[in-house]
Design a protein. Structure first.
Length: 188
């Protein structure tokens, strides 16, 4: 049984959000486009939390947090943003775990929960974009069933331009009748 738990973002999470964002600024900005410096000010983080809380619409934007047991301290945060296409809706996934909890299973628990939420929302697929040199995220996403879908626009990171990889995981099978004993003969 996991020692990490996920739950919905709550109005009482303000202090945990501020602590999480400040403690994880450096690792976040290593693999993501940096926030403006004012984001990390008291006012900036208050505004960012208010915006995050206001965006919580189960069918358009959903944030989940990971904690250890009943501790209010976050060890991870992730969200799904719903996008529509002619074929149906898909969810864009973003996540981050506290650097002190890397390789302990927190990200796996968070990712599994977000995938379940996307299934509950009846999404066709979940997509994620990562810096191409973020091997830990690449390994985690591949273990969760994601496959490379192509290259995305390079990210302007503090360390320079970095190529980004787009990954995708289908959540629903092929539409149509099942073919229980279908097979095909190939010419010799």
């Amino acid at each position: 049984m996991s020692r990490f738990f996920t739950r919905a973002l709550a109005p009482t999470d303000r202090a945990s959000f501020v602590e999480f964002e400040r403690n994880n600024r450096e690792p976040f900005e290593h693999f993501n486009e940096p926030h403006l410096p004012r984001y990390y000010s008291d006012v900036g983080l208050e505004q960012a939390f208010d915006m995050l809380l206001a965006c919580q619409h189960r069918e358009q934007f959903l944030t989940r947090v990971t904690t250890r047991g009943d501790s209010p301290q976050w060890v991870g945060r992730g969200s799904l943003t719903v996008h529509g296409t002619d074929e149906g809706d898909f969810a864009m996934l973003v996540y981050q775990t506290d650097r002190h909890h890397w390789k302990q299973g927190a990200a796996s628990v968070l990712l599994a929960d977000l995938i379940q939420e996307a299934k509950a929302l009846r999404m066709l697929r979940v997509e994620a974009m990562i810096a191409s040199d973020n091997l830990v995220s690449l390994h985690l996403l591949r273990r969760a069933g994601f496959k490379a879908a192509g290259w995305a626009t390079p990210a302007a990171l503090l360390r320079g331009q970095v190529s980004c990889l787009q990954l995708s995981r289908p959540l629903r099978g092929v539409v149509g009748p099942s073919l229980p004993r279908a097979h095909m003969h190939l010419p010799a």
